[in-house]
Design a protein around this ligand. Structure first.
Ligand code: NZQ
Ligand code: ZN
Length: 389
């Protein structure tokens, strides 16, 4: 295990009706004027926005509203939010939604106190030194942004989907009420499950020895897969919703990566797909992850073999490594298919993707090599996109 610092200071407030505590929590973290950010309307329709604004009014907290954040969020909404936050003089930002809303809130939080262009932080030409505090009421367990320091935004001009990591934007609190996720359409639950599993893959597939971390990572992956299938039958199963919601946070708050060299090639390759073709992030991952595993197992089979046995429950007796790995990856694909997802990029996009364009954009955004479990050249990435067709 490598040396590490683990500091994941978000206060998680978990359970039924917890959204009613929003006002008190914002007050506790010094908020007096709040920008409430949300998406395309699901939070209005469910009554959640009313619950949240009632909770603010009870504490005499004034607020402004920014609505209409879209999935795969874009820079235009961030600029709109920065202008509003500055005009209204807000000192706290509340994201009510999923990864897209939270990431937009984080980008506004950095941009509203910066004299330059917030995109400087995403392209890496400047580092944020301040940010307005952010809080979250989560409505979809998926991106893990409620406990992460990351924000992922797409710049419309050029379709660059980039991530900015800034500890200042780690949410002060995250309200996690599993009941709020019962209004999710099934496919969004499925995309979320795919995403949280992949957040663990990015950390699990590593060359660093970390037995304890691997053991609890495997347990989280197995539980999520079990619950995914029971939620498909009964979307209102509170206990399953609760475990999946908590797993989404644990998958991406750093716990599963402590002491390990993390990979992140699958995510980087997927971000090109969702930037150019505007598909849901989790749907893209279901295509890229098995293709990536197939490719890296040829060069470095160890962890893929372990994953096949310990997570996908392949019986190793009397089988050679190649067959164990092959069956493990086939079972992972079956799992995605059982969720109703495709593992073919061509099927997802509705046509064969332009692999040259994907690789060109990937190289422009990330440089000539990607990942650590097996460092990938751009030719390797091209091969993985082909395996995902
Ligand atoms: O916009 P509304 O109407 O709210 O509908 C949303 C949206 O259409 C809907 N939804 C959310 N909660 C709902 C609901 N519908 C009914 N009931 C509810 N309770 O779900 C749709 C998807 O929402 P979105 O926020 O886009 O989903 P997700 O949380 O999967 O976020 C995806 C974004 O996060 C980025 C992804 O790349 C993508 O842009 N990521 C962010 C990360 C981070 N900040 O750490 C890490 C991830 O790897 C990921 O890259
Ligand atoms: Zn992700």
């Amino acid at each position: 295990m490598n040396n590490f610092t683990f500091h994941s200071p978000t206060e998680s407030v978990f359970g039924k009706d917890t959204q009613k505590q929003t006002g008190k929590l914002i007050k506790q973290y010094g908020g007096g004027k709040v920008l409430v950010v949300y998406g395309g309307g699901s939070a209005e329709r469910s009554g959640l926005i009313k619950d949240v604004t009632d909770a603010l009014e009870e504490e005499n907290i004034s607020y402004a509203i920014l609505k209409g954040v879209r999935p795969n969020p874009t820079d235009d909404k961030v600029y709109e939010g920065i202008a509003l936050a500055v005009r209204e003089g807000v000192n706290f930002i509340l994201a009510v939604g999923g990864g897209s809303v939270i990431d937009t809130a984080k980008a506004i939080a950095m941009g509203a106190v910066y004299p330059g262009d917030f995109w400087d932080f995403f392209k890496g030409s400047a580092s944020p030194v301040a940010a307005i505090p952010v809080g979250v009421v989560l409505t979809i367990p998926a991106a893990g942004s409620e406990g992460s320091p990351n924000s992922v935004i797409t710049r419309i001009d050029g379709l660059h989907k980039l991530s900015c990591r800034c500890q200042l934007t780690r949410p002060r609190f995250a309200i996690l009420n599993p009941e709020l996720t019962m209004t999710l359409p099934w496919e969004q639950t499925a995309y979320g499950i795919t995403d949280m599993l992949c957040h663990i893959f990015e950390r699990y597939f590593s060359n660093t020895t970390a037995q304890l971390v691997n053991a609890y990572s495997e347990a989280i992956m197995r539980e999520v897969m079990d619950h995914a299938l029971s939620l498909k039958i009964n979307p209102e199963d509170y206990e399953a919703r609760a475990d999946v919601m908590w797993a989404g946070t644990l998958a991406h708050n750093g716990l599963c990566g402590v002491g390990k060299e993390e990979d992140w090639a699958t995510h980087r390759m997927e971000h090109e797909v969702s930037a150019i073709y505007d598909v849901p992030h989790g749907a893209g991952l279901a295509c890229i992850a098995p293709a990536w595993m197939t490719f890296v197992a040829r060069k470095n089979p160890g962890m893929v073999w372990k994953f096949a046995i310990n997570v996908m429950s392949v019986n190793p007796e009397g089988r050679d490594t190649d067959h164990i790995i092959e069956e493990g990856i086939a079972l992972l694909k079956d799992f995605y298919h059982d969720l109703g997802l495709t593992t073919s990029l061509t099927e997802l996009i509705g046509k064969e993707p332009d692999i040259d364009a994907l690789v060109k954009s990937l190289e422009g955004n990330m440089g000539k090599t990607l990942g650590f479990y097996v460092p990938l050249s751009m030719d390797d990435c091209r091969e993985i996109y082909k395996l995902a067709l």
